[in-house]
Write a protein that binds this ligand. Structure first.
Ligand SMILES: C[S@@+](CC[C@H](N)C(=O)[O-])C[C@H]1O[C@@H](n2cnc3c(N)ncnc32)[C@H](O)[C@@H]1O
Length: 282
């Protein structure tokens, strides 16, 4: 995939709104662009500030699942506006943090907003997740927060993560994962016209069984797997309200969010966090 193939209308909308200094969107999505982790179901209306906190919590869930420590070299693939890199920068020292994204517009914003604390190094790289421009065995940790469903091929991405991780390194990510029996029905999510919808190309068909066998075939040892679907559900009401307020015209925005919400509420699509280790002997 090349930059000219990028079709992410939700980011076109976000970038346009941020450019116009939409304060609500700046608070909710100016740092992280993901579903968030709600540790307690919120009472009443969710504010952009609550949402921003939930978004911060999700990044922490993932980088703590990777056993992140001070003095590490970390790659955050599909880094969006760099929220996870910013959070790592604020909470750890002696870090070399690299955010990678296929969409240079997002990286320009990240570069402008995020400044490394003394002792940390941060830079951003424009590239495709399935062709990582880094030498073998060069990272302690690779993260991928809610972005793998966009990639052309999970197997190619996993092979690249394996290659760039040091022995003993950790790979943690979150993704929407289909139940085995529901996966054939989710096949439509990766095909036309869904691939041209508001959320761009999304393959929500991958299952837990497939993730586990891919990881095993690659030589990864599973260190953690957690179903956090329930902790993401409050996000849907927030998105619905926002969609109305912004008067989003694209019908696929509503339809795709509705499918994700109801497949999640019915237990057919699960939101999972994974952590794998590249064993030293691997
Ligand atoms: C839902 S957003 C998540 C952003 C970020 N991880 C976060 O949590 O805020 C998905 C991200 O994946 C990026 N992306 C999509 N396809 C990609 C690819 N092939 N290579 C690298 N990044 C990609 C998008 O540009 C977007 O930033």
């Amino acid at each position: 995939m090349t930059a000219k193939d990028i079709h992410l209308p939700y980011f076109d909308l976000l970038l346009a709104q941020l450019e116009q200094e939409n304060a609500k969107l700046e608070l909710a999505f100016g740092r992280h662009v993901h579903w968030g982790y709600w540790s307690e179901p919120p009472q009443g209306v969710v504010s952009p500030k609550d949402f921003a906190q939930a978004a911060e919590n999700l990044s922490k869930e993932i980088y703590f699942a990777a056993n992140t420590k001070n003095n590490q070299r970390i790659l955050d693939v599909g880094c969006g506006f760099g929220g996870t890199v910013a959070s790592l920068n604020e909470n750890f020292s002696g870090m070399e943090l690299i955010g990678l994204n296929i969409d240079i517009r997002q990286l320009l914003r990240a570069q402008e907003k995020i400044k490394a604390r003394p002792g940390n190094v941060i830079y951003f790289e424009a590239a495709d997740a399935c062709a990582l421009p880094f030498p073998d065995q060069s990272f302690d940790v690779v993260l991928a927060v809610e972005c793998i469903f966009h990639f052309a091929q999970r197997s190619q991405f996993f092979a690249e993560v394996w290659r760039v991780l040091k022995p003993g390194g950790r790979f943690a990510f979150s993704d929407f994962v289909s139940q085995d029996f529901f996966s054939p029905l989710m096949a439509f999510s990766s095909g036309w016209p869904f691939s041209r919808g508001f959320f761009g190309h999304c393959n929500l068909q991958y299952t837990l069984t497939q993730y586990r066998s891919l990881a095993q075939a690659m030589g990864f040892k599973e260190r953690m797997e957690k179903d956090i679907t329930e902790n993401t559900l409050p996000t849907y009401a927030f998105l619905r309200a926002l969609g109305k307020e912004l008067r989003i015209k694209d019908p696929s925005a509503k339809l795709e969010t509705w499918i994700a919400e109801w497949a999640s509420r019915l237990g057919l699509l699960r939101y999972r966090v994974f952590s794998f280790e590249k064993l030293k002997s691997g």
